[in-house]
Design a protein around this ligand. Structure first.
Ligand code: HSE
Length: 373
């Protein structure tokens, strides 16, 4: 396998290093805007040089962002090259275009590193689907949020202190919105659910609530009630009805999710035969992420293309009712749905997930967290 590697940042450099030790694949060209020299690969600033090189059969996209990653990946597919990417935003956003294009051309399109970093989550879904149907996917998919919530819970930090520690450690970006507003988890949920259920979810109907409004007072409140807060994704299917959402969720201290430390991920599926299976590990970082990029290259050599056949577009029905902790805003709807209060915060009666997220949209200063059942 001859690889054209797009990007030589955290993940790209890791891919280069791991593949350098292998005989079955070789990074032939690297697209990189910096002035670097590599002993055994040509470095270019011109994507055309990779696109028009017939010896390159596979493009590994490790640039991140939507543009120009989308134009490069689409161009590479049109030119008959297989795609391996770690870019969850790219795949979730252009799912309906890129997956059918790859499948119509008989090309590989793999993105295992996009969800769970070093955890073999999407590739395991591919294996699970061979034997059984999956009724639920989800869990802790964002290491940055887990680090912030864990620091607030274990060390008693307030949100701003925990965020700035996460930034100092390189987990959170200078502008942390993609992580803390739940968008990164949202991308990962859409990819996981599409593959697990063999469909394409109506993304616009999948809401995401983040953690940026949580306070140290909320965390004390949770502790007093024996609960721990995590940012969690949930996707379910039953009898052709699909539900999907991202939100802070409160777990009793004995739950597996409550014990997930620092920046780790814990991702779970429910299979009709195998039951509940959870996958724990490093969801980010150079070598865990590059590891799964290289695993995808090996899978491609073994003839594995995408994880499932591209499935039909389906509606999302979030009428399932949950109980929520709500603080920071009030109105007639919330008052009508209040079951009790915890030190000034509202605990709702069971309300539809869709209604709670619609309320949050109109009350963006509020913090909400579902209470796990
Ligand atoms: N920002 C992501 C996280 C990186 O914190 O999990 C890995 O997708």
């Amino acid at each position: 396998m001859k690889i054209g590697l797009l990007g030589f940042g955290v993940v790209g450099r890791g891919v280069y290093e791991i593949t350098a030790a292998r005989d079955d694949m070789q990074v032939a060209k690297v697209l990189c805007l910096e002035d670097i020299q590599l002993p055994d690969a040509e470095v270019t600033r011109d994507f055309q040089s990779i696109l028009t090189d017939d010896s390159i059969d596979t493009v590994v996209e490790a640039m991140g962002g939507l543009h120009p990653a989308y134009e490069f990946v689409r161009g590479a597919l049109e030119a008959g090259k297989n795609i391996i990417t770690s870019n969850k935003a790219l795949v979730a956003t252009f799912y309906d275009e890129l997956i059918p294009l790859a499948q119509s051309k008989g090309l590989a399109f793999r993105c295992t590193a996009a969800v769970g970093g070093g955890i073999g989550w999407l590739s395991e879904l591919e294996r699970v689907r061979r034997v059984e149907t999956v009724s639920m996917v989800g869990g802790i998919m964002n290491g940055t949020c887990n680090y912030i919530l864990d620091s607030m819970t274990r060390l008693g930090l307030d949100y701003a202190e925990a965020l700035s520690q996460a930034q100092a450690l390189g987990y959170a970006e200078r502008n942390p919105s993609t992580d803390v507003d739940g968008i990164d988890t949202w991308h990962k949920l859409i990819l996981s659910a599409n593959i697990a259920f063999g469909v394409s979810l109506d993304r616009d109907a999948v809401p995401a609530a983040g953690i940026s409004k949580i306070s140290a007072a909320d965390v004390s409140n949770f502790k007093e009630h024996g609960l721990t807060c995590k940012l969690v994704s949930t996707g379910t299917q039953a009898d052709g009805v699909y539900s999907a959402y991202v939100q802070p969720t409160l777990y009793p201290q004995g739950a597996l999710e409550a014990a997930v430390p620092t920046n780790f991920n814990l991702i779970t599926l429910d299979g009709e035969v195998s039951g509940r299976q959870s996958f724990y590990g490093q969801g980010a970082g150079r070598y865990p992420t590059a590891y799964n990029v290289v695993q995808d290259c090996v899978s491609q050599l073994a003839g594995k293309k995408f994880y499932c056949a591209y499935g039909e577009k389906v509606n999302v029905d979030n009428s399932v009712k949950l109980t929520y902790y709500v603080r920071g805003a009030s109105d007639a709807w919330l008052e009508a749905n209040t079951a009790e209060t915890w030190d000034g915060a509202v605990i709702t009666a069971p309300v539809a997930v869709a209604d709670m997220h619609a309320w949050l949209k109109n009350n963006p200063e509020a913090f909400i967290a579902a209470i796990a059942e």
